[in-house]
Design a protein around this ligand. Structure first.
Ligand code: AMP
Length: 447
């Protein structure tokens, strides 16, 4: 998500488009931008990557924005449809609003049931529509009170942006599960999911939005409202493992430094007798550099990645589907042949990637393959928006490390311990959710 309130002569639609481009790793299913000229909201959205959804013509139509918000969406199978693309633009009795959401609520279905009982009609399966309905319900209290009431009712992970005709609003949930940052471009405030978007558009980072904080930006400037929060926040640790871009900083911690340190710790927890350390690009590269530096084993490029394959692509025939990882990655025979290889990736989820990686390295002539993972086994589902739905799909839920090693066909397998991973984010001053590794959830899904 990215939003801007224009105090200069900025081309809002272009800034948001390039911001979305920088945030594309957070979702590839749909993209959308809504802008307001101060009195009415215009939007465009569609399925696919930001670069597929927008072209000069569609961006031209969004010119003249006083403020704007953009979103790219990461959905689970079954939810991939245009109706679920964001921003959600809707009318309520005081006018129009456009809304975007990153995360997942744990009680949206209960609120939706209550609202439906009272006669509300929903058109999508998105949490954001429930949020819009609640704001509309409470709006007679005034916008600030309506937002406070909203926060007291919805539970779970949410970084939100709401744009009315004349205001840009951002909200981070009281546990601070998903990241959200505030920056400035000339005199215009910008809010985004990650700092890498600021670097891309030339904005300056100011600070992270605080858990439970509401930011309202309008013609008069920025207002912050702090709502009550629990004693400990719960930033998602998986942001540092995989989700966030390596060049972002979240709640004071550089994702790059955390990943590099994870690699170094992995080297001391699970050393290996080997000739070369390689990473699975791009997710394992930084940790591989850390492992190599700490172990003294040389680092090399063992895989070349096809840069033009996104995280999703059409898998037409079963033969092509089977090739999956191969379409993305190719092992460098000249580099790995005849060597004992340590190969680093950030995580094993279902186990499909690791199995292929080991197979490809052996086919390319590696004599030993030692798999090292810069996070603990993913064993439990995520209730807060990372696409890990049920334990059934997780290789780490059904099997211990030796069994996983056998399944993926490696000579040895070592995962970073949870204590080791938590050391990589020490000093952030915030608490962390590590539910996917330990089943300790800061907020339980409501039945
Ligand atoms: P798998 O093949 O299911 O074991 O997936 C592991 C690979 O997918 C690793 O290379 C990770 O970098 C990447 N990965 C980890 N978590 C996710 C996620 N939530 N969505 C997509 N890819 C992921």
């Amino acid at each position: 998500m990215i939003g801007i309130y224009n105090q200069n002569e900025l081309e809002v639609q272009e800034i948001i488009f390039y911001g979305l481009y920088a945030l594309q790793h957070r979702g590839q299913e749909s993209a959308g931008i809504a802008v307001t000229d101060g009195s009415s909201i215009t939007y465009h959205k569609g399925m696919g990557l930001a670069a597929d959804v927008f072209d000069e013509k569609t961006l031209e139509r969004l010119k003249g924005g006083k403020a704007g918000i953009g979103h790219i969406r990461n959905t689970r199978a079954g939810e991939r449809m245009y109706a679920n693309a964001q921003p959600l633009v809707t009318r309520y009795k005081k006018g129009s609003m456009a809304l975007v959401h990153d995360g997942k609520l744990v009680n949206a279905h209960l609120i939706r049931n209550d609202l439906e009982e009272a006669g509300a009609i929903f058109q999508t399966s998105m949490d954001i529509e429930v949020i819009a309905a609640l704001i509309a319900k409470y709006i007679d209290l005034g916008l600030e009170e309506a937002l406070k009431k909203l926060i007291s009712v919805i539970k779970g992970a949410y970084a939100l942006m709401i744009m009315t005709e004349d205001r840009l609003i951002a909200v981070r949930d009281p546990l601070g599960i998903r990241p959200l940052v505030l920056g400035i471009l000339d005199d215009s405030y910008v809010i985004a999911s990650e700092t890498c978007a600021f670097d891309t558009i030339g904005a300056e980072y100011i600070r992270d939005v605080k858990p439970g904080e509401i930011l309202i930006v309008n013609e008069d400037g920025l207002t912050s409202i702090q709502t009550p929060v629990p004693l400990h926040s719960s930033l998602c640790i998986f942001e540092f493992v995989y989700y966030a871009r390596t060049d972002s900083t979240i709640d004071g911690i550089s994702v790059y430094m955390a990943r590099k340190q994870a690699g170094a710790r992995l080297a001391s927890e699970h050393p290996a007798e080997a000739d070369l350390v390689i990473g699975v690009p791009d997710s394992g590269t930084t940790a591989a550099i850390g492992y190599a530096e700490a172990s003294g084993i040389p680092y090399g490029e063992g895989f070349i990645k096809n840069r033009y394959v996104g995280r999703t692509f059409i898998r037409s025939s079963p033969h092509i589907r089977e090739q999956g990882v191969r379409i993305k990655l190719n092992a460098l025979r000249r580099i790995v042949k005849g060597k004992r290889i340590v190969v680093i990736d950030d995580s094993i989820v279902r186990g499909t990637t690791s199995k292929k990686i080991v197979e490809m390295l052996r086919l390319a002539g590696a004599i030993e393959v030692h798999m090292r993972i810069s996070s603990p086994p993913v064993r439990f589902p995520c209730h807060y928006g990372i696409d890990i739905d049920t334990s059934d799909q997780l290789i780490g839920y059904h099997n211990d490390v030796d069994e996983i090693c056998n399944i993926i066909g490696a000579d040895s397998l070592g995962y970073l311990s949870l204590e080791g991973l938590m050391k990589t984010v020490e000093g952030s001053g915030c608490g962390f959710c590590r539910g996917c590794f330990s089943a300790e959830y800061p907020i339980e899904p409501e039945k």
